[in-house]
Write a protein that binds this ligand. Sequence first.
Ligand code: PLP
Length: 404
Amino acid sequence: MFASRTNWRLETNRLTRALEEHRKSGKTLFDLTASNPTECGLAYPEREILAALADPRALVYRPESKGLPEAREAVAEYYAGRVGFSASASRVDPERVLLASGTSEAYSHIFRLLCEAGDEILFPAPSYPLFEFLADLADIRLVPYPLLYDHGWQIDFASLRAALTPRSRGVLVVHPNNPTGSFVKPREAAELAEICATREMAIVADEVFLDYTSGRVRALLGARQNEDQAHTFALHGAALTFTLSGLSKISLLPQMKLAWTVVSGPDAIVQTAVERLEIIADTYLSPSTPVQLALPKFLSLRHELQAQLQRRIAANLSALDAMLRESKSLARLDREGGWYAILRVPVTGTDDDLTVALLERHSVLAHPGHFFNFSREGFLVLSLITPENKFQEGVTRLRAFFDG
Ligand SMILES: Cc1ncc(COP(=O)(O)O)c(C=O)c1O
């Protein structure tokens, strides 16, 4: 009856079952996976957010396949003053911006643009788990390429090159990556561009966490560029590049459902890519008018909201590091940005065994590394945007679990 692409294993996993039991018990949960910013106790400028949705122009339907021009201008403005990898242009052209209802939708459109059924997109491992579902729905194959950890993460280019086949259509990068928090380095971006340009492949760059750089990276960038920002792929000219981002992380407004794609690269190919993407977008016309009209305001609110979240991340990281200094068995991997921290833990069982036991015995919820495609056991992923009191108590309990 149903298409095989939807033959997913639908049974709940052990951790989800244990979580349901825990919730029924009524015990306090120390949720170190919390990643919904609207439920993390941030102070949102509520009146300003709601007022932005009340623009009278929203009473008229003005369908625009790429999105309303004023919204695309605001996206171009978001990139103003940023530094690109091998910049082809110093600013983003709003005509090369397309809006979507979320990055998931933007990914689907890009996969449909680039791939025949059965074609391949390379993606980093570890990384964000939703990609596999997006690939199933687009009838494409996701082929992992490893990120290697050695005092910081780097792309394993030997493995990436070995994974290329005649069906490879693009390389996906998450910049900075979720959950490793690692940025693509300029040297890596150049190598990716060289690979993609020679093989007529595209770069698909997910920059939803771009603005969340850690102090160390800011210091490095600051020393070099007197800037607080990481390089962006949106000003990347060496290969056809699709850069994705959106309100969910940049303005901490996931419920507003607005994301964008910036197309960059050699002019002729960019032109064709934009024309075709425009037809795909026009088929759905999904972003709503009130949210598009509110986009300039929502983007302008990001500075204050991001500052709050950065303070939260810094406070949680310092609580985590204080705990780790006391710990006999736990360590944290280096990170450069994003919202997560990765812990190395003793491999006394599978990551599933550990996370279920942690929840049942200490009421602490952490993500096992395999959720994010880690190749080995022994990693837990913690969200640094968890409210501070819960985070501190959670990591204290975590230590008690492992150190005894
Ligand atoms: C790497 C990455 N990309 C995209 C998203 C989702 O973005 P959106 O809400 O715009 O679809 C997430 C959400 O956690 C993510 O981690």
